[in-house]
Design a protein around this ligand. Structure first.
Ligand code: SF4
Length: 195
């Protein structure tokens, strides 16, 4: 896309009960809880594993590769950045090794709180970690689930590859765009985006 400039989407502040969350060891890694970003009222909820850096080492605003690839994909699929809210299974950015299952279990109630509060009409999960967390008792992965709709807690959910996987394996890019277009088509049907 010519002239594409990724931007740092506005961060939604965490609710008071989560600002000082100590439910897992990532409370010792973080600078702050990253509750989510984008349009907090959007009915399209995109879920990733954990937040990347939003500031560089000097503290200047920084758009990471994940955000850049995701934003470009959203626009290429015919949506606007304002159409989506983006959040994470883990609300704290890991900086070193940690117990992943424990952290994901601990943080899941925050995601469920967001679903109850925001009542999204459509979910898009990016990456196998999200698949495994939403459907823990299956052998499913992105490859086996992508391209069609599923249901998680009564909400339609689709899946695609993690933006970092797209950057590492450009051969996946066409599937990523197909999946974002599937999301856009459904969003159009629900009246969540304009034609
Ligand atoms: S990752 Fe989630 S559960 Fe763990 S400390 Fe951060 S907000 Fe709390």
């Amino acid at each position: 896309m010519e002239g594409f400039n990724p931007r740092l989407l506005k961060e939604e502040p965490p609710p008071p009960f989560a600002v000082q969350c100590q439910k897992c060891e990532l409370s010792n890694h973080r600078e702050r809880v990253i509750w989510g970003e984008g349009n907090p009222s959007a009915k399209i909820f995109i879920l990733l594993d954990n937040p990347g850096m939003r500031e560089d080492a000097e503290g200047n605003p920084f758009v990471c590769g994940t955000r850049e690839t995701l934003q470009r994909g959203i626009l290429d699929a015919g949506m606007e950045l304002d159409n989506v809210y983006i959040s994470y299974l883990l609300k704290c950015r890991p900086k070193r090794a940690y117990n992943k299952p424990l952290a994901r279990d601990a943080c899941f109630s925050h995601f469920q709180h967001q679903l109850a509060e925001k009542n999204p009409r459509l979910l898009l999960g990016l990456g196998n970690t999200v698949v495994e967390t939403l459907f823990p008792h299956s052998d499913a992965d992105v490859k086996s689930l992508r391209g069609r709709w599923h249901i998680f807690e009564d909400i339609p959910v689709a899946f695609s590859y993690h933006p970092l996987a797209i950057r590492r394996r450009p051969v996946l890019h066409k599937y990523f765009i197909e999946d974002l277009k599937l999301l856009a088509q459904e969003a159009l049907k629900y009246g969540l985006i304009e034609n």
